[in-house]
Design a protein around this ligand. Structure first.
Ligand code: HEC
Ligand code: HEC
Length: 390
């Protein structure tokens, strides 16, 4: 388990593509750097970027600028990297945020050009297939001749967002909201609670959709396209989990003035730099390993007993429904209408501190969707999100 960044690296050096980062498209950075936006930067960002897009578009003769993976600002706030929204103006914090995003990009690339780190543990290098990721990444119809690329933006981004934050253009209109892949937390799976879904679990979700929610079925896509999309969701999750880890690291472990990775002084101190990027790859291997090993944590669900519809079985179930062992009735209500306890927030919403109005305002301004309380299902409707049948 990797907990601290001061772990000596013992790997060969690899060329660092600082240029790639420095050459971020004009739409995503101002002269002062990508994260140096004044508050309320969201609004200003859109105004300025809109203007830039038109300018750049007409000057260069090309339409849409290259999208970037937006940083997970809400989680930075949650980890108290910034204690308030105004803190995001602090130049030192901006440098730290830039370091985090730079590190994630160094390992995983951009929405148009995904990359994968090379791990010492070779079995991890085969879990995701870069060709499949490229089939999902990039602009819609990326390679017109081959009809490849852009699958994710064509089919998923409007709900799940370019970076998998679950805050795409349509997301705010939906309930439940689309999943935030960056947390690595999923519902419809056969693995135990802390373990991510298997690839097969996700293939199933994407093929059948999630009944009773906006998540559509993608059964009309080819199996190969669905697999490419599943791998891309896994990629966004692993990337997002790494970003979250680095945010915690910067918030908890770094001393005053200390940098996550010393990109600027790598020439002067190559050994230290190698140690740091070696540590980065180690840290990235953690979520990669969790996903790669998920298939060995599948829970065996036994077939229902022959007599499951019998009167004795049903009355046993009824008795259990009302016990404190199961607490089913406490949430779903005595008659299963879903009218029991309804004042709890789901795990995804809890991170936006819905009970604290001042904090919540920050999260909303930083891109979070308004939290809502989770609704125990009305079990009498017969609509099941995770059921066997389509
Ligand atoms: C119209 C909006 C919409 C589109 C388009 C969409 N999704 Fe979803 N997706 C949702 C919603 C809403 C949920 C959450 C459902 C829930 O919480 O029960 C979800 C959940 C998921 C989940 C999480 C399942 C779990 O086990 O927790 C995955 C994976 C997923 N979507 C993948 C995709 C992929 C891949 C695409 C594109 C091929 C896609 N979605 C397109 C709305 C959408
Ligand atoms: C802490 C509150 C709570 C308890 C306790 C609870 N549930 Fe639920 N249940 C929920 C919520 C909330 C949902 C809706 C989840 C969602 O929207 O995806 C739900 C959804 C369900 C569903 C729908 C699943 C699907 O695939 O659509 C079933 C079935 C269900 N619960 C049965 C039970 C049974 C049986 C028990 C007792 C063994 C139980 N629940 C205990 C809160 C609870």
């Amino acid at each position: 388990m990797i907990t601290s960044r001061r772990i000596p690296a013992n790997r060969a050096s690899e060329p660092i593509r600082l240029i790639q980062y420095a050459a971020r498209p004009v739409d995503s950075r101002s002269d002062r750097g990508a994260f140096q936006r004044p508050v309320p930067w969201r609004l200003q960002y859109f105004i300025v970027m809109g203007g830039l897009m038109i300018l750049v578009g007409s000057a260069a003769g090309c339409g849409t600028p290259k999208p970037q993976f937006e940083p997970n600002l809400a989680f930075m706030r949650y980890q108290k990297l910034a204690e308030s929204r105004a803190d995001f103006d602090d130049p030192e914090l901006r440098e730290q945020i830039d370091d985090i995003e730079h590190a994630v990009q160094w390992l995983f690339g951009t929405p148009d050009a995904p990359k994968l780190p090379e791990f010492d543990a070779t079995e991890l290098n085969h879990f995701l297939d870069l060709d499949r990721l490229k089939r999902s990444a990039g602009p819609v119809g990326g390679d017109l001749a081959e009809q490849t690329g852009g699958l994710y933006r064509q089919h998923c981004a409007r709900c799940h967002g370019i970076n998998g934050s679950g805050t795409g253009l349509m997301a705010g209109l939906l309930k439940p909201y689309p999943r935030d892949f960056r947390r690595g937390v999923f519902k419809f799976k056969r693995t135990s609670s802390q373990v991510p879904p298997t690839r097969q679990d996700m293939m199933r979700t994407i093929e059948r959709g999630i009944p009773g929610t906006a998540m559509p079925s993608f059964a009309e896509l080819s199996e190969e396209d669905r697999l490419a999309l599943v791998q891309y969701v896994q990629y966004l999750s692993i990337r997002g989990e790494l970003e979250r880890f680095l945010i915690v690291e910067v918030a908890m472990e770094l001393d005053e003035g200390e940098r996550l990775v010393s990109w600027a002084t790598r020439e002067q101190n190559p050994d230290r730099f190698e140690e740091e990027v070696g540590w980065l790859r180690e840290v990235a291997s953690e979520p990669m390993r969790r996903w790669a090993e998920a298939a060995s944590h599948v829970t065996h669900v036994p077939e229902p007993p022959e007599d499951w519809r019998s009167e004795t079985s049903v009355s046993r179930g009824k008795a259990l429904f009302f016990t404190t062992l199961t607490n089913c009735a406490a949430c779903h209500g005595d008659t299963a209408l879903g009218d029991g306890q309804t004042d709890d927030y789901g795990d995804w919403a809890k991170e936006f501190e819905p009970g604290k109005p001042a904090a919540l305002r920050d999260y909303l301004a930083l891109g979070a969707l308004p939290p809502y309380k989770s609704q125990p299902r009305n079990l009498r409707l017969g609509v099941y999100r995770g059921g066997e049948d389509r």
